[in-house]
Design a protein around this ligand. Sequence first.
Ligand code: BTN
Length: 261
Amino acid sequence: MDGNPKMQADVTSRLHTLFMAKHLHFHEVASSTQDIARELAENGAPEGTAVLAGRQESGRGRSGRSWLSPSGGLATSVVLRPDISELYLLPAVSSLATRQAIEMLGLQADIKWPNDLLICGRKVCGILIEHSLSFGTLKYSILGIGINVNFNTSAYHEISDIATSLSMHLGEDIPLQKMAVLLYTELENFYLRIKEPKFLLDKWAEHMITLGQRVTSDFYGKRVDGIARRVSSNGSLVIELPGGTEQEIVAGDILSNQDGV
Ligand code: BTN
């Protein structure tokens, strides 16, 4: 047990999952929960082991960006060991689970491909999925989820134009213990359906605001402009180019869309 025994006990006593976050490591302050979870995984931590932080000092985002992670945010990383053939479903699993946890609070969030969550066009959650592979086998995946829960994003100039938080929409703070329990519960529910790709991909598409939008995708400087038409059976985003041909985007960021996000 690390840091705050009460936070840890509160989450553990309310959690009724089979394996998700059954082993929970709470840190009041962490560098990055990703790095702590990775170390636990390297040392054989069981699937579902979770690291939860009150705040992070070096939170990491996708594409080498940093992730602002002040008090009032929820920052967690979970050790998973899916079959290597199922890795492409983790963005759907994680974004659907987080969307559902947010819905349990009475708020509607949309998924921006691959796994950002937006409320009214502003980012409320980011997800970072990292894998460790050795000789073609998967050792583990670390699923990192950051949710802006109880802080005013307009106080942080880096994100004030593009982000929002749950409390800003609800008009009140949400106990972080409650948010964590909802999140781990939904994460387990959706992860247990990983053998049902059609269910996951259909539901992912149903809640994906990106579809139908004019987008620019960017993968380390390689840009593609067009209209996002659908997600393919391998989780790629299919973009219709101006000439009518289609291109599959396997990874990258959606730089701009009609919400300007
Ligand atoms: C993104 O949108 O760029 C992904 C952000 C992921 C942030 C989470 S917070 C918990 C975990 N620890 C990190 O350092 N990053 C992820």
